[in-house]
Design a binder for this molecule. Structure first.
Ligand code: NAP
Ligand code: MG
Length: 496
């Protein structure tokens, strides 16, 4: 670890070129969320105490306050959940497609009805700003269930002439950055195609999945169709190793994705992996620069940069690099960092102490390698885990902050002179999840898109999601697609 100390955000302070408005506090009330002291696993339609008798705390990362104790599921709990899912499979897959669709529509409607409660809970457990959980996560969660409910009774038209068969019990393991949205991306297509599931939420953000279990009960979903086993990495590992699991769908780090792929080698288990990324957000000299600045901000500071497809490498054409960075810094002066439950907050808390330490270590390594550091001037709360929006410029292609996924609010800036050089630099990464292109020319967007090795490419926008659009990676960002018609494929066997 480099011995440098990061300057405090105040010491990088520049005078804003205009007056930054003060906002009165506008905290969202938490009274809508009623939390139990402790939560059990959800197995066969019932909340079931864990075999180990052990529980672990989940905290609010913006206050470090314990929200609840959560069951530490082990391989015995995973086995019970898989057995319940296997027992539920014949009846669930044997329902008429219309009946299955009705359950999914019901779940989607309940999510809409309870969306404020779920948004507040997501912000409390994970630290993301309420305006994101309320206006992005929750609407997308409901939209995902509605979208796949729509497919459930139309599967024969999804792939004309083909017969689709569900796979059986699907083990699904999700990360902490979009807890309920990742649950929706996994559970909605699996159920629509007639599978049953066992889901393992992330250790730091299990609560919305447990509230989703309550929604399954409210929707009268048959017992065993959805099972939720909370716990740590070992709980996920037990799910991967269970012989009755027909498919594993994993979203998380490339490191764990590789472990899972190795442990499944030689078995017939289906696998889809949605892993990390280090996306290039590429700005040409003819781009509308003010819009590009908004796209850069949204690309890297949305959800504190805890986004697999975050635009974490800014590639800017050399001739406009100076002016663009000036505009970017001036826009960063207006970002409000702090209480995620405040409706005015733009950047919330870092999800965990561990993640904060990882971000700090990587940024220090960038500074030690000679990067210029700029941070939004702000006073960070005393409690909780925080990192100010950060830009590292003057970095080399070989620098760790350009190569490694930081998964925090940190943007690394590189320049280029020709489209060919932009493509070369953008593709020079083991990842291949997403990219952004900012230019006035449609032909250049098409040329760039054909040459970039990225699963999702946004043009003159960034971080836009829609349930009808497939999402997934190339190279070490994984394989298999979630969303859209493509998102049905990982959950079926097709014969023609
Ligand atoms: P992670 O450490 O890989 O964990 C992901 C999930 O796997 C968690 O539920 C984790 O449990 C569990 N897990 C850990 N070790 C395991 C093992 N050996 N076997 C089975 N499961 C295991 O990733 P993370 O830190 O939570 O999430 C951040 C990463 O996810 C980033 O790299 C990001 O890019 C990626 N991500 C990708 C996408 C995408 O769509 N491509 C979307 C979101 C995030 P614990 O929580 O208990 O550790
Ligand atoms: Mg938490």
């Amino acid at each position: 670890m480099p011995s440098h100390k990061l300057p405090t955000p105040e010491s990088t302070h520049q005078e804003a070129p205009f007056e930054v408005f003060g906002y009165a506090p506008a905290p969202e009330s938490t009274s809508i969320v009623s939390l139990a002291e402790r939560y059990d696993c959800f197995i066969n339609g019932e909340f079931t105490p864990p075999h180990s008798g052990s529980y672990f705390p989940t905290i609010n990362p913006s206050t470090e306050e314990v929200l609840a104790q959560v069951a530490l599921g082990d391989s015995a709990d995973v086995d019970r959940a898989v057995t319940a899912a296997a027992a539920a499979f014949p009846a669930w897959s044997g329902l008429t497609p219309g009946e299955r669709a009705r359950y999914l529509f019901r779940i989607a409607r309940i999510i809409q009805e309870r969306s404020r409660e779920l948004a507040v809970l997501e912000t409390m457990d994970g630290g993301k700003p309420i305006k994101e959980s309320r206006d992005v996560d929750l609407p997308l969660v409901a939209a995902h269930f509605f979208y796949y409910a729509g497919w459930a009774d139309k599967l024969e038209w999804a792939f004309p002439g083909a017969t689709l068969r569900p796979l059986g019990v699907c083990g699904q393991i999700i990360p902490w950055n979009f807890p309920l949205l990742m649950l929706a991306w996994k559970i909605a297509p699996a159920l629509a195609t007639g599978n049953t599931v066992v889901l393992k939420p992330a250790e730091t953000t299990p609560l919305t999945a447990l509230f989703f279990a309550d929604i399954c009960q409210q929707a009268d979903l048959p017992p065993g169709v959805v099972n939720i086993v909370t716990g740590a990495g070992q709980t996920g590992q037990a799910l991967v190793e269970h012989p009755q699991v027909a498919k594993i769908a994993f979203t998380g780090s490339t490191e764990v994705g590789k472990i899972i792929q190795k442990s499944l080698a030689g078995r017939g288990t289906h696998l889809s992996l949605e892993l990390g990324g280090k996306a290039a957000n590429i700005v040409f000299d003819d781009a509308p620069l003010d819009q590009a600045v908004e796209g850069i901000i949204n690309g890297i500071y949305f959800n504190q940069g805890h986004v697999c497809c975050a635009g974490s490498r800014l590639l800017v054409e050399e001739s406009v690099a100076g002016i663009l960075l000036e505009k970017l810094r001036s826009r960063m002066m207006t970002l409000r960092v702090g209480n995620p439950l405040d409706k005015n907050t733009d950047v919330g808390a870092i999800n965990s102490k561990m993640q904060l330490e990882k971000i700090e270590e990587l940024v220090l390594s960038g500074v030690a390698e000679g990067a210029d550091l700029f941070q939004t001037p702000c006073t960070l709360p005393d409690k909780g885990f925080w990192f100010p929006p950060t830009v590292l410029s003057g970095v080399a292609q070989s620098s760790r902050v350009v190569r490694e996924e930081i998964f925090g609010p940190v943007l690394s800036v590189l320049t280029f002179r020709t489209p060919e050089e932009a493509v070369e630099k953008a593709n020079n990464t083991p990842y291949g999840l997403s990219a952004g292109i900012w230019t006035d020319k449609g032909s250049r967007i098409l040329w760039m898109s054909n040459h970039l090795r990225a699963g999702v490419i946004w043009a003159n926008t960034y971080n836009r999601f829609d349930p009808t659009a497939p999402f997934g990676g190339y190279k070490e960002s994984g394989f298999g697609r979630e969303g859209g018609l493509h998102g049905l494929l990982p959950y079926v066997e097709i014969s023609r």
